[in-house]
Design a protein around this ligand. Structure first.
Ligand code: ZN
Length: 496
């Protein structure tokens, strides 16, 4: 994601960018020795995967499944739904309670998410809130032993803010044309060895660190709007003035949803359909966004490894509070950038790169934000170099060099690897984006372009759908070069 800050920082950050979807359930194919018919909800999830990645569903049978059925009302700015989470405890210990994160309730997000009732395996249970309603806690009547699966049903209503967009985080917003509902449902908190991560996220950067899951979301909405989301629409039916759209996600770590009246253009690149929903009257820049997204998706496919989903949606939003924000298979772009930005291409290609770095390979976006932001930012250099030659790559890189030099002159150097809550807006922007990109450039300079690319491909293959820290790429690069890269890590990432 990239936020608008004050004018100086907004100018400075312009090139850092970011920081931040029918078929009825079908019968799962049976092995020859099995005679019973089993309906496997995960089989539907294959619809959202690229043909080359459909086997990944079978190898991830035990990820959480969110089934959400409800109604979107753009006029009231609401999403009212029933969410059924099927979740197996794989924490290694018994759990006496569950935590859900309610991102719309963060004061800077400016919306609300209220859970009216809950049940666990059919038994009603009280919902308690913590952290100024950011957290919902369910105290389990019976502890959930390790390896056990449960169904948690939550009835909820989310409301998006509808004015003063610049005052809010912006990814939950109704701008009159589009209602964006990013991370707008109760999302199970992360649990490591029985410890819940209940830290309230800092809104300077991306908010959501989460593990891969399956989403199966059905909404009833006015036929006047297009329903777009993470994943793929598996069925659309019309009932009077309403439509019922069912969407499946594939292996994704979050779910974003929008109802929009905006027009769209689309293209299919390497088997993935890219759609751009652009501001009314801005067809030319809509087509430009589609071109940039198509070029970058193809470049990343061939350089990093194939994007494993069959759709990518890019949606204009007039919130005025960010430049671009990435979600799985779904990107929000601020409307101003469709109108008058020389940095439009860099913004689009940065956000598309996040589909690899943050999307497929996840990381802790609050405590190690540089991991995905550094790769997304450095992807701008690699893209320019590949499309327009070495001098174009150097030109892009020199922007980050200048930013980093300015920081050192004005504020002094700083460690990249630290929680974003401990950084000023200025330091966050330069360290997390520019300096982190230059760290990856330092590795490429040391080991050469061929081994660097091989390292990224290995990193991508090894860590797909997982969560990494900053050392994961060090290991991949060391395997590629047969050399010691810890000195560079210490120098660039850890040293202040
Ligand atoms: Zn970014």
């Amino acid at each position: 994601m990239q936020r608008f800050l004050n004018s100086q920082i907004a100018r400075l950050l312009t090139l850092f960018i970011c920081t931040f979807l029918f078929i009825p359930a079908f019968v799962h194919a049976q092995s020859p020795n099995v005679t019973t018919t089993v309906v496997d909800p995960a089989a539907d999830q294959q619809l959202a995967m690229h043909t080359s990645a459909r086997g990944d569903i079978a190898s991830h049978p035990d990820v959480p499944l969110y089934r959400i059925v409800g109604t979107i009302d753009p006029a009231k700015r609401t999403w009212q739904a029933t969410q059924t989470l099927t979740f197996r405890n794989q924490s290694g210990t018994s759990l006496s309670k569950l935590y859900f994160r309610l991102f719309p309730n963060l004061p800077d997000v400016g919306g609300s998410l209220t859970i009216s009732s809950a049940s666990v395996n059919g038994t009603s249970i009280a919902v308690k809130t913590e952290a100024n309603r950011y957290l919902a806690r369910l105290d389990l009547i019976t502890p959930l032993t390790n390896g056990t699966q449960i169904n948690v049903v939550l009835n909820f209503i989310t409301t998006a803010p509808g004015k003063n967009g610049a005052s809010w985080y912006g990814t939950l917003y109704q701008d009159g044309q589009t209602m964006a509902l990013a991370s707008a449902y109760p999302l199970l908190a992360n649990n490591t060895n029985g410890v819940w991560d209940v830290a309230v996220p800092n809104t300077k950067g991306d908010l959501v660190t989460s593990t891969a899951a399956y989403y199966d979301v059905t909404v009833t909405a006015p036929s006047t709007h297009s329903i777009i989301s993470t994943g793929t629409a598996s069925s659309i039916s019309n009932v009077g003035t309403s439509q019922i759209v069912r969407m499946v996600s594939g292996l994704q770590r979050d779910f974003a949803l929008a109802a929009t009246k905006l027009p769209s253009v689309n293209a299919t690149v390497d088997g993935t359909k890219i759609s751009v929903y652009y501001p009314i009257g801005k067809l030319t820049t809509g087509k430009a966004a589609l071109k940039y997204a198509s070029q970058s998706l193809h470049f990343y496919n061939t350089t990093y490894g194939q994007y494993p989903y069959n759709e990518l949606d890019i949606v204009d939003l007039n919130a005025g509070s960010f430049e671009g924000v990435e979600f799985p298979g779904f990107i929000l772009i601020e409307q101003d950038f469709f109108t008058n930005s020389s940095d439009f291409e860099s913004l689009i290609i940065h956000e598309v790169a996040h589909q690899w770095f943050y999307g497929v390979i996840g990381n802790d976006v609050q405590n190690h934000a540089w991991v995905d932001e550094g790769f997304a930012t450095y992807s701008q250099v690699l893209y320019q170099e590949a499309l327009r030659g070495a001098s174009a790559g150097t030109k892009e890189k020199n922007i980050f060099v200048a930013d980093y030099n300015d920081l050192k002159a004005q504020k002094g150097d700083g460690a990249i690897d630290r929680p974003i809550s401990t950084m000023s807006d200025y330091s966050y922007g330069v360290l997390t984006y520019s300096k982190a990109a230059l760290y990856f450039d330092a590795i490429r300079t040391k080991i050469g372009a061929v081994k660097f690319t091989a390292a990224i491909r290995n990193y991508y293959t090894t860590n797909r759908y997982g969560l990494v820290d900053g050392m994961a790429f060090v290991r991949a690069a060391q395997n590629s070069c047969g050399c010691d890269l810890l000195p560079l890590y210490n120098q660039w990432v850890l040293a202040k």
